[in-house]
Each structure stands twice: as C-alpha cells, then as structure tokens.
Design a protein around this ligand. Structure first.
Ligand code: HEM
Length: 537
C-alpha cells in the first residue's frame, strides 16, 4: 500500500524526468523566476485550468498564469494514454486537445508537465525568440546512459557550450544543399541497388509487379544511404544476405524504436521505481550498447584506412568522417557519439517519409502523372539525376513537402524555455517544456486551404518574391537547433523519387489497404504498404 501511495504521489506531482527521441513530451518542472514575473502572474501550476479563466491575482491586464491555462485533467490524460492506447494516437490527441482546449493548453503526463502550442504564429514566436543554444527537451535518460558507460553526448543529447561546439563543426559539412550535393554519386549507387532489388522482389511476386512491404525496402535503402554518407562505406543492407553485423544493428535499432513506446512509459516512471520495473531501463541500455558498438566498428575501420594511407604518405581525402578525423575538431568519443545519434535520427525518419510518399503517389495517380511529366520534360526518361538537377523539378520538392505536411515523421517537436515568455497571453516561466504541435497546425485550413487534401502544387512558388515557407508545417524544425540531416534526407528522397518514377508507374494492388498513421514517437504507417511497380513502356 505504501508503495502504491508513493507511485500515485509521483504520478500526480510534477517532477523533472526524461524525454523522447527529439524532444516530444520531455518534462520539466516550471521554474518560477520570481524577479521577472509581472505582478499578478503566478508561475506554479495548480492542476487543470478552465478555458477563459480570469488572470491570477484578480488583475484585468497582464499575462495570465499557467494556473489559468486550460488542459485535460491528469487522470483523464492518463486514461487516454494507458487505457485507450494513446501512445499510438499522439498526433490525433494533439488535434483533439486543440479542439477541446484551444491552441495553447497544458497537460500532465504522470510526473511530466508540458505546455502544448498548436498555433502557427505562436510556434513562430517561440522559435524566433530562441537563443544561441536552444534546449529541445530534458535528455536526462540519454545522458545517464552515457555517464554510466563513459561515453560522450552527440548533437541530440548535448546541451549548451558542448552542443554549440559540435554543431559548429558538423554544420560546416552537411547543413547546406551544396555540402551534400557531392554525395550524389554515392547515393545513386545505393539507388541502383534499390532498383535491382525491386526487380528481384517483383519477380518473386505472383503478379510479377507487387512489392508487399515497401516499408522494409525503404528502411534498407535509407540505412544504406545514410551510412554511406556517415561511414563513407557500404553496409550491404540491400543484398540478399545482409551481413551479420548489420543484422545486429537493425535489431538494436528496432529495440530502440519499440523502446520509444516503452521509454514513454518509462518517462513517467521515477528512477526510484526502476528496481521494481527494471525492463525499460535495461532494454534502453542494451539497445544503446548495440547502436554504439556498430558505429564504433565502422568508425574504427575508416580510421584504420586513413591511418594506412597517411603512413604511406598518400593524400587523404573523403567525406564527413575523414574531415572529422583530419580536423581533430571533435574527440574520438564525440565522433562515435555523433555518428551513432545521426544514424539513429536519419534512418527511420527518411524511410517512413519515403514509404508515405510512395503510398500517396499510388493513391493519387493524377498527381503522379503530373510529377512524372515534369521529370520527363525537364530531365528526360533515362537521365540519372544529381543534386544539380533537383531545382529543375520543383514538383518533386513540392511532393516531399506535402508528404511531410500530411505525415510529419516527428508530429511534434519540443523546446525548454530558456527565459520567461509570454505566449498566447500566458506567462510561461523559464524551464517549461513546450510541445510544438506541428501535426495539428499542418491540418489547419487557415494555414493550408483544404488542408486534408494531398496537393503538392500548393508548395510551388508563383514568382521570385513569393515565399511559401509556413510555420504551420516545419517537419525539420526551425532555427539553429533544426534538423542537421535535412539536406541528406532531401537528397536521398529527391533522387530516389525521380529514378523510381523514371523506371516505374507506382500503382495500388489488390493488397493495398488504407494505411492509418500511428505514432510511437515517430509517425509511422500502421502496417505494411503494398504497391505495384509497373514497368514504364
Ligand atoms: C525525413 C527525414 C527527417 C526528418 C523529418 C527529420 C526531422 C527532425 C526534426 C523535427 C528535428 C528537431 C529539429 C528542431 O528541434 O528544431 C531533427 C533533429 C535532428 N536530426 Fe533530423 N530529420 C530527418 C532526417 C535526418 C537525417 C538523415 C539525419 C542525419 C543524417 C538527421 C539528424 C538529426 C540530428 C542529429 C538532429 C538533432 C540536431 C541538434 O539537436 O542539433 N535527421 N530532425
């Protein structure tokens, strides 16, 4: 009974705990910074508020306190997640709560306290106000693992000065389109293997055309593509017999992603409960061990190659890893950590986006035909594209933007406020965890007319002065802490979409089912996607 009472107390009282992959829902107890609070504003949170509540302290003007902010009640929220499988519907819950409580609302998830924002202009306000080293979420569990094993933090888990130093090194090689354009050749080799694999899988299908699980196919493509750039070597993911080391890595990655669901539960479990519920933390560590081991082996292999060339007085040149070694701007431990975290961040995100793209193309033949015609008109039927060709096919870029608007792999992003902010009329104290709900904003008609419809052309610029950037859809985040792998992902997706459409017409098959998105940290297709790859005449 005493234990039960302790658990309930922990659930119902906000205390700091751990975050998800890139910050969705990491908790932080609001830290009132009294000196900066306007009179009448209370920083502490007293439970669920009511829409339209009066400002605290009886003042008619000035920002309202968090106590006045509406939001679901703690127990109702718990029931939503634990009894109604809310973990797989986080994106829908964003929309539901926005309808019920408005575009800014608060929620408790066990010991976690989060202010959610589902308004384009408020999101812009938060992101434009951020300082030199924004904090996405409380990455306590990630850092705890790294301290336990004596490992360094990478870009995702590092903060402050340490993050700033690593970001300024890495940004020099992969942040701009021209930095990654040099990888077109390597990416095209991977695409070549992918297309061969599609021919093979088709030949094994009864109708000679259907591929029954494009999710799996694109997972292998993305892993091979990202690793080609990060490790400067091939892994063999698209071969018939995938090397054992890669198989082990995929297992660790799968464990990590099944862990996101588990770690979301774990995020609500205080550390002192671990002896009673040990599995989530044990698996979290086991999975990180596997991911680090894999990266370390590949990084060490490359390091040996470089050393070998240097010992023979040969000129050494190469990509990202070679640059990191030669510049010595990062320690070896930091290189391991960054490559590990980038691979983790880069594989599923890219592969789920590709799966959604192909699904949408199969479901919308008229859109597919328009994109194909643009490719043929501007690049030809057989030309193997490079990064330099992508601006000639604006519809391909628009296709990716529209896919990510409808299915943003990370349906929400996070920030921990670094100073007191007034947002939507509420005073948000420094240290508050914000959830930026860009799944919800992506589906608001005021941001995107006929928002539910798949219309890539909405992203086409009408003239040189026209900017279609829209804070309603920011699938790669925004600002100095935005996705550092964005240009890599775009290169991999743009080039493969062009080549897929040059080779095949993508059609639904009798086995293609409507696929519902599920969130387990990432927005994934809820089941395998089947499509037919029909030869172009
Ligand atoms: C379609 C593919 C991808 C999507 C939608 C995506 C999305 C995101 C988002 C939303 C963030 C958080 C940004 C913010 O807080 O403002 C992020 C961060 C990050 N992403 Fe990506 N990402 C993708 C691909 C990649 C790839 C290919 C890599 C690496 C090769 C990568 C590496 C990272 C890293 C390291 C961070 C943390 C950056 C930092 O904290 O400084 N991502 N990504």
């Amino acid at each position: 009974m005493a234990l039960l009472a302790r658990i309930l107390r922990a659930w119902l009282r906000p205390v700091p705990e751990q975050g998800g992959l890139l910050g969705g829902g990491a908790p932080r107890r609001p830290q009132p910074s009294g000196a900066r609070l306007p009179a009448g504003a209370r920083a502490e949170d007293n439970g669920a508020g009511r829409p339209g509540a009066q400002p605290a302290g009886g003042q008619a003007e000035g920002p309202r306190s968090l106590a006045a902010m509406p939001g679901p009640r703690t127990l109702a929220n718990l029931a939503e997640f634990f009894c109604r499988d809310g973990f797989s519907r986080i994106h829908e819950i964003q929309q539901k709560h926005t309808r019920e409580y408005g575009k800014i609302f608060k929620s408790h998830f066990g010991p976690q306290f989060v202010v959610s924002i589902a308004d384009r202009d408020m999101v812009a306000q938060v992101l434009r106000a951020e300082g030199a080293a924004p904090q996405r979420a409380n990455m306590e569990s990630w850092r705890e693992y790294r301290d336990l094993r004596g490992r360094a933090a990478g870009l995702i888990s590092a903060e402050g000065e340490q993050w700033l130093k690593m970001r300024s090194v890495l940004r020099q090689r992969i942040l701009k389109p021209k930095d990654v354009a040099i990888y077109s050749g390597e990416v095209n080799q991977v695409i070549n293997d992918l297309i061969k694999r599609i021919y093979l899988l088709r030949s094994q299908a009864e109708d000679g055309e259907t591929v029954t699980n494009v999710n799996d196919l694109f997972f292998k493509y993305s892993m091979e593509g990202v690793a080609t750039i990060l490790y400067e070597s091939r892994l063999g993911c698209l071969e018939n017999n995938v090397p054992q080391l890669t198989v082990e890595y995929i297992e660790a990655l799968e464990l990590m992603f099944s862990m996101f669901k588990t770690s979301m539960y774990a995020g609500a479990i205080p550390r002192w409960l671990r002896p009673f519920i040990p599995k989530p933390w044990r698996e979290f560590c086991r999975s990180w061990d596997g991911l680090f081991k894999f990266s370390q082996i590949h990084v060490d292999n490359k390091l040996r190659d470089i050393q070998y060339q240097m010992d023979r007085g040969q000129r050494v040149s190469g990509g990202l890893l070679t640059y990191l070694f030669l510049s010595q701007a990062l320690t070896l431990q930091e290189i391991y950590a960054n490559v590990t975290e980038m691979l983790l961040a880069g594989v599923d995100t890219t592969s789920f986006t590709l799966s959604w793209t192909v699904y949408l193309l199969a479901r919308h033949p008229e859109v597919q035909q328009t994109v194909y015609q643009e490719i043929v008109r501007n690049l030809g039927e057989r030309h193997v594209p490079t990064a330099a060709d992508v601006p000639k096919v604006p519809l391909v870029r628009a296709l990716l933007k529209e896919t990510l608007r409808l299915f943003p792999v990370l349906p929400g992003n996070g920030r921990v406020t670094q100073e007191d902010l007034v947002i939507g009329g509420y005073l948000i104290p420094k240290g508050t965890q914000l959830a930026l709900c860009h799944y919800a904003t992506s589906y608001q008609d005021e941001n995107f007319p006929r928002a539910k419809e798949f219309r890539p052309e909405r992203w086409l610029r009408k003239g040189d002065l026209d900017r279609v950037d829209n804070f309603g859809s920011i699938p790669f985040g925004h600002g100095v802490r935005s996705c550092i792998g964005r240009r890599i992902a775009e290169l991999e997706i743009h080039l493969v979409v062009i080549q897929l459409l040059q080779h095949f017409e993508i059609k639904t098959s009798s086995q293609t089912k409507a696929v519902h998105a599920k969130t387990h940290g990432l927005l994934t297709p809820g089941g395998p996607i089947h499509v037919r790859f029909v030869n172009r005449k």
